[in-house]
Design a protein around this ligand. Structure first.
Ligand SMILES: [Fe+2]
Ligand SMILES: [Fe+2]
Length: 171
């Protein structure tokens, strides 16, 4: 994650620093996301997108950045076998909202936005502009990360093929 993105968030919302620099939030670095990235970087990207959208949609930038940063505050590695009950797409917004509320405090609108961010795969419906902005930002960033991840895998594989397989075949 580039420091430029993080500085942008510090400028957009003074509260962002408290969250980004806390060891609790930084623990998200350990949890993978969308093939090649981690949950910390993903959350920063969504928060940057939210900060930008907040100016277009006339939302509170502070709330937009906050829900962007905290929407996936769930400490489960969904890429590995684990004994957490239920489907990740349904339980992680609930756990993220509970964790975020306990650790940093949330307004009722922020809490509902986080709970509904997986819409239509969520137990809650989006009921505010903030919630719709979060759904849009999260989907856009996820699509970017998956595409980037696929091209990164292709690039790595083709490099390996060129380096190892081709010389072996040409012998
Ligand atoms: Fe999520
Ligand atoms: Fe997300």
């Amino acid at each position: 994650m580039t420091q430029e993105y993080i500085n942008y968030l510090y400028d957009a919302s003074p509260e962002a620093r408290t969250m980004i620099e806390s060891p609790y939030f930084r623990d998200l670095l350990r949890f993978p996301r969308h093939i090649y990235t981690n949950t910390f970087d993903h959350s920063v990207r969504v928060a940057v997108c939210m900060a930008w959208l907040s100016t277009k949609m006339r939302l509170s930038t502070q709330s937009a950045v906050k829900v962007g940063l905290l929407h996936d505050l769930c400490f489960v590695d969904y890429t590995s076998p684990n004994d957490h009950p239920g489907l990740y797409c349904f339980y992680h917004p609930e756990e993220a909202a509970d964790n975020a509320k306990r650790a940093y405090g949330l307004t009722p609108t922020e809490e509902k936005a986080i709970r509904s961010h997986m819409f239509p795969l969520s137990l809650h419906l989006p009921t505010s502009k903030l919630a719709w902005a979060l759904i849009l930002s999260d989907k856009l960033v996820a699509a970017y990360e998956v595409m980037y991840g696929i091209s990164w895998i292709r690039h790595t594989l083709s490099k390996k093929v060129r380096k190892r397989l081709l010389p072996a075949l040409c012998k």
